[in-house]
Each structure stands twice: as structure tokens, then as C-alpha cells.
Design a protein around this ligand. Sequence first.
Ligand code: SAM
Length: 342
Amino acid sequence: MTDKNIKKQYSGILGFFIKLFQIILYIPIQIIFIPISIIGITIAVYKEMGRSRKLGISFSAVKALQYRWMMHYFNTRPDPLSIAFIKNFPCESHFGMWSVMGALIISLRSFGFPEKLGKLVEPGEETGDTTAGIRVLTFDRIMEKYVEEVDQIVLPGAGFDLIALHFTKGKNLKVFELDQVNTLNLKVETMKKAGIQHDWITYIPVDYANESWVDKLLKAGFDKRKKTLFLWQSVSLYLEAEIVREALKDMANLCVDGSVIVQDFYSQAFAEGEYSKESKNFLGIIEKMGEPAKFGIDMSDDPKASVELFLAACGLKMTEYIQFGEKLDIEPFYAIVEAKKL
Ligand SMILES: C[S@@+](CC[C@H](N)C(=O)[O-])C[C@H]1O[C@@H](n2cnc3c(N)ncnc32)[C@H](O)[C@@H]1O
């Protein structure tokens, strides 16, 4: 046996004992959390599902916010704004989330278990499980890249995402967030309760399916002569194909030189629940909450070319293409793209 093989065998044995020790430490912590988590789950489910339905807000936006809470506590993205927001948000329970995940959070923070939950994969190695986190970080990176270059930022379908607050505070930029009326009203109400400053952002209630978001944006003070970043994160999946096309054409028409449109696309197979059992279950829950997945791009052959063609038909030229899971031998399912006016 070579030196290398011996070393490998020893580190394998050591790794096994470390994991075993971590599990032994984790089990009593989890046992303490069991009674609390029974109460916590009940409260969380009532708030997330019952209240969201009653208040007529976007459940998919609640789930996206929930993921940002997890990233904060699992050390993958500090996000004190989302934490303050959730503590005052009627459709999520900070206590409920802690009660369910507290044992894992404590174990991860104190002795590195379970390492997987606090880990981010390398670019191109994303799978269905790791997409939500890398998606958030990729949009952060893109926002950071353009925030100093543009004069205006528009987030159509901002949901409960606080990315704009985080990156544009004190930057003397015009920022517009659009979403459906109940979702936006609750966002503003919650930020007020949490004492989160947001006075430099203009919130525009709109339903893309029934009204012109462009008219509303122009009326709210959007300047067609200025360089703009459009950040369209995780919205097209829930819109009819025609609405996605029209919205992108509208964005292209609002772009002057130097403007950028950033958005993500899921594959058609994903949108139809054929990508994986987990994604099918997730989409099934979102659908039951009133937001069926409606749009995806056929990525079965050449995903990059399909996305490029779709954008070109909307008057856009693709300038960046990030395909999740590209380095793995898996079916293409998700991409984030940057584009500019053709
Ligand atoms: C998955 S959430 C994403 C929210 C946010 N971009 C994020 O990443 O957290 C989808 C968002 O699209 C919005 N949306 C869906 N259909 C819409 C429509 N017809 N008009 C306006 N907004 C819509 C929802 O209200 C929701 O906030």
C-alpha cells in the first residue's frame, strides 16, 4: 500500500469517528427540541399557510424569504434585515423556524454538524437541493456588480426579498419594487413594524396578468433616459408564457444603452413537475396555495441556445449565461441570464 493510500484510509477512519462523535452530541440537543418543535411546527404551518391564504399574499414569496432565514442561521449569508422582517411578519414564525431547525443550527455552529446544511457547492455543481441558496448568492453578486453603474433599479416581482434595501441604502439611486397589491402592502407594513427604513424605494402594486406595469412604473417616476438594472428573480415560473414574453419586450423597450436585464429561467420539465420528485412535491404545495408553475423553457437539447432564442424574440441579446449543475452529468433545469437590448 502506498503512503497516499494509507493517509487516505486514516483520514477516512478519522472522518468516520468525527461524524459519529457529532451525531452523539447532536442527538440529546434534538431530543430537547422535540416538544418545542411540535408547538413550533403548528404555529409555523398556521402562519405560513393559513394566514398567507387569508391575507391573499404570495406563498412562493414566503418560501423564498424562509430560505433567506435559513441561510442566515446556517452561516451561508448574513441577512439581519430578513431576520428582523420575519420577527414582525404575520405569515412566518421566527419561533417556529427556530424550534424546527434549532438543534441543527446549534450543532452546526458549535461543532460543525451537519456540515452539509452550511455548505455551498461550487459554481456549476448545483443540484435541485442547492439551487435556492446559490440562486440568492448569484443575484447578490449581480446586484453588487451593477449597483454603482446604473441610475435606477427595478425589481418586478420583488416579493419579500430585501436585496434592494441591502444594496442600495445611501446610494442615491431610484429603486422601484413591483408586486401584487396584498404582498406589497404586507411587506411595507412589516418593514414599518420592524423599524426597517425603506423610504428611498417606491413600491408599485401591479398584477401583470391584468394591468400595464409599464404605465404604473412611468407614473411612479421611472426615467426612460436613465441606465436601469431590471432584476427579475424567480417570477417567470409563475407567469403565462405570453406574459413573460410581453414583460421582457417591455423591459427591452425601457432600456437605454448600459441597461441590463437579469432574470432566471426554469426548464419546461421542471415547471411541469417532471424534473425530480422533490421539485414536483414543492411545486404541488405552491400550486395548492394558488400559484401553479406555468412557464419554463425547453432545455432538453441545447439549453443555452433555447434561452438565447427566447430572449432574442423579446428584443434582447444575452450577455451572460449561468447554467446550474453544468459541471454535473444532470438534466439542465435552471439558468440565470443577463441581457441587454438588441
Ligand atoms: C417566488 S416569488 C419571488 C419573489 C422574490 N423575487 C424573491 O426572490 O424572493 C414570485 C413573486 O412573483 C410575484 N408574482 C407572481 N405573479 C404575479 C403577477 N401576475 N403580477 C405581479 N407579481 C406576480 C409573486 O407575488 C411573488 O412575490
